[in-house]
Design a protein around this ligand. Structure first.
Ligand code: GDP
Length: 365
């Protein structure tokens, strides 16, 4: 499954947030929540469209899509040199698809700040520096490896070397690999085999005190200012509030609680949606009496590839797909109505699946 790794300095609120994620009772009545390993929490991706479809189709069950969050504890200054959990921690980050970087934006004199003061931008730079140092090591190793080939005239090595030098320069300047502007092909050729840490997409979570909801405070503003050129999202969350919300079973109770803080949705829900966007993911639906279900694919996938997430046979033996747009389903109430209205389309192998499509695949035996 898709994994987001939660990182940050000690005592910034990672565990509090992770516990809120993995203990959430929010949709427990309908949706399965579970914890696979102590540090992995599975959450469902909130999606109003699924609720709409459920209301229309009244299926036996509804299956949302999921995202996994991994609590990657143990990053301290010096981790790239093996301090704290050092390399184990870094290996964990290599495996995730995206990084959720939690940053302390609350004051509390009872909770020790590892660096002695609340300074979100400096904190972010400590973590970034550790990851960048590790990446610099990987890039340097590869440069050494191909340098000789490039010097004796290997054209491919030469090109890769030039690109690697761009990465090296950026990392040495305290910039992350994700800021290097090269084409996807160049990136793949030069660093595709390195699984760099700082090339992964990132979301910043500004963990504020409850009094700073919904819009944040001077600390979260500083953080936003500092990352504005990265094109990364900053989500203002109060981890403490999230853990209280996670305990509430009744939707009405949650809504009332959220509105008291001026929020229209929980921080967790915002985080999940942002992660989904960040990873370039979209959802299509299948709708039958037995099951209404959301499926995750990458933006740009064609119908056979999309069918493949249901079953590999569906991809290999793909014949065609029947597509209904959700607004049409809502207007005409069911598949028969949509068909009668001439709004059901039949698509072939080249059809690019759109976010929110309701799909039915026809495949060979
Ligand atoms: P971690 O080391 O990053 O996992 O941090 P924890 O989640 O264990 O939090 C460290 C301490 O900060 C705990 O005592 C939390 O209760 C507290 N904490 C977390 N978030 C907040 C917050 O938003 N406000 C305040 N005042 N305390 C918080």
């Amino acid at each position: 499954g898709l994994q987001c790794g939660i990182v940050g300095l000690p005592n910034v609120g990672k565990s509090t947030l992770f516990n809120a994620i993995s203990s959430g009772k929010a949709e427990a009545a309908n949706y399965p929540f579970c914890t696979i390993e102590p540090n992995v929490g599975v959450v469902t991706v909130p999606d109003e469209r699924l609720d709409t479809l459920e209301g229309l189709v009244k299926p036996q069950r509804v299956v949302p899509t999921i995202i996994e969050f991994v609590d990657i504890a143990g990053l301290v200054k010096g981790a790239s040199q093996g301090a704290g959990l050092g390399n184990k921690f870094l290996a964990n980050i290599r495996e995730v698809d995206a990084i959720v970087h939690v940053i302390r934006c609350f004051e509390d004199e009872n909770i020790v700040h590892v660096e002695g003061r609340v300074d979100p931008v400096f904190d972010k730079e400590i973590i970034d520096a550790e990851l960048q140092l590790k990446d610099l090591e990987s890039v340097d190793k590869k440069i050494q490896r191909i340098d000789k080939a490039a010097r004796v005239g290997d054209a491919k090595a030469k090109v890769e070397l030039e690109i690697l030098k761009l990465y090296k320069a950026a990392l040495e300047q305290g910039k992350s690999a994700r800021t290097v502007q090269v084409s996807p092909e160049e990136q793949f050729a030069a660093i595709g085999d390195l699984s760099l840490l700082t090339v992964k997409p990132v979301i910043y979570v500004a963990n504020v005190d409850e009094g700073s909801l919904p819009n944040g405070n001077q600390y979260s503003e500083k953080l936003k200012e500092a990352v504005k050129d990265e094109g990364a999202e900053v989500i203002v969350i109060s981890a403490g509030i999230e853990s209280q919300i996670a305990e509430m079973e009744e939707p009405e109770e949650r809504e009332l609680f959220l509105s008291e803080y001026g929020l229209d949705e929980s921080g967790l829900s915002k985080l999940i949606k942002a992660s989904y966007r960040l990873l370039g993911l979209i959802t299509y639906f299948t709708a039958g009496e037995k099951e209404v279900r959301a499926w995750t694919i990458h933006r740009g996938w064609k119908a056979p590839q999309a069918a493949g997430v249901i079953h590999s046979d569906f991809e290999r033996k793909f014949i065609r797909a029947q597509v209904i747009k959700l607004p049409d389903y809502v207007q005409y109430k069911n598949e028969a109505g949509v068909r009668e209205a001439g709004k059901l389309s039949v698509e072939g192998k080249e059809y690019v699946v759109q976010d929110g499509d309701i799909m039915e695949f026809l495949h060979g035996a």
